[in-house]
Design a protein around this ligand. Structure first.
Ligand SMILES: O=C(O)c1cccc(C(=O)CC[C@H]2O[C@@H](n3cnc4c(=O)[nH]cnc43)[C@H](O)[C@@H]2O)c1
Length: 245
């Protein structure tokens, strides 16, 4: 599936179904990972055909939403108007029953799942408390197109809510609580919401992709499949380049 980028003059050749992409113009795409290994995997995917990265810049911003937000905001501020899309990408944990290890979760919504307050009646989100929103909407049509293209490439990929947490879930009880808090959540990671808020504040559309390295639940380091997840991340980078070509 090809979603043509318009050129700088706005001549896109897009079909009606693709018209929501016109606001990207000839802009660059900023991909934000947490660590170098994720950055290198994405770069391998983007350059798989021997070509250069083209319009893509990849930044390893550090682990957690604060580092992700600060680095993303700095990158956007350093190149005003240059970026038309920001993507948070990396490995993540997968909720049981949705995606296997080495599969891919494309965010349909980016949700800060632990941003709120504990009350005697249970967890309350910042939305419920009246202090803002714990949810950021993604560029929905592009998220769908990327998911479809990943599936068409033979990869296991799903579209759905992806959670941002500041503590990696390590018990079945917390996994169940998060799954109940956000029904249908596919994955959790630690950077998406930070990247998304930085992009949102600059009016830049955002996406998130997580390659599943571990199951969410009781801690089991031996069961991690980081190598498989990084290979999936690489493949997703190659497909993204194709989708945005
Ligand atoms: O020590 C542990 O038990 C443990 C378990 C899972 C992940 C970690 C990390 O420190 C990795 C953080 C890093 O990777 C992303 N990530 C990967 N899996 C998960 C997860 O299940 N929950 C949250 N984040 C995860 C995350 O985005 C960070 O960049 C340690």
């Amino acid at each position: 599936m090809h979603i043509p980028f318009p050129d700088a003059a706005g001549q896109s050749g897009q079909t009606e179904a693709q018209s929501s992409f016109t606001h990207l113009g000839g802009a660059r795409v900023l991909i934000v990972t947490a660590v170098e290994a994720e950055k290198e995997a994405v770069l391998r995917g983007l350059t798989r055909t021997g070509e250069s990265c083209g319009r893509f810049d990849v930044l390893a911003a550090g682990v957690g939403p604060a580092a992700a937000a600060a680095s993303t905001a700095a990158a956007l501020a350093a190149a005003p108007g240059a970026y038309g899309l920001v993507i948070s990408a990396g490995i993540g944990g997968g909720f049981a029953g949705y995606i296997g290890l080495g599969g891919l979760a494309v965010a349909g919504e980016i949700i800060a799942a632990d941003l709120g307050a504990e009350t005697p009646d249970g967890f309350r989100t910042v939305d419920e408390l009246g202090f803002g929103s714990s949810r950021v909407q993604v560029e929905a049509s592009l998220a769908s197109a990327w998911t479809a293209a990943l599936q068409a490439a033979g990869l296991e990929a799903r579209l759905g809510p992806v959670l941002t947490v500041t503590t990696v879930t390590g018990t079945a009880a917390t996994a169940e609580e998060l799954a109940a808090r956000v029904p249908g959540a596919l994955a959790e990671a630690m950077e998406g919401y930070g990247v998304a808020i930085a992009a949102q504040q600059q009016g830049v559309p955002v996406l998130e992709l997580r390659a599943i390295s571990n199951a969410i639940g009781p801690r089991d380091r031996d069961a991690w499949r980081i190598g498989d997840a990084l290979k999936a991340l690489e493949a997703a980078g190659a497909v993204l380049k194709e989708v945005l070509s």
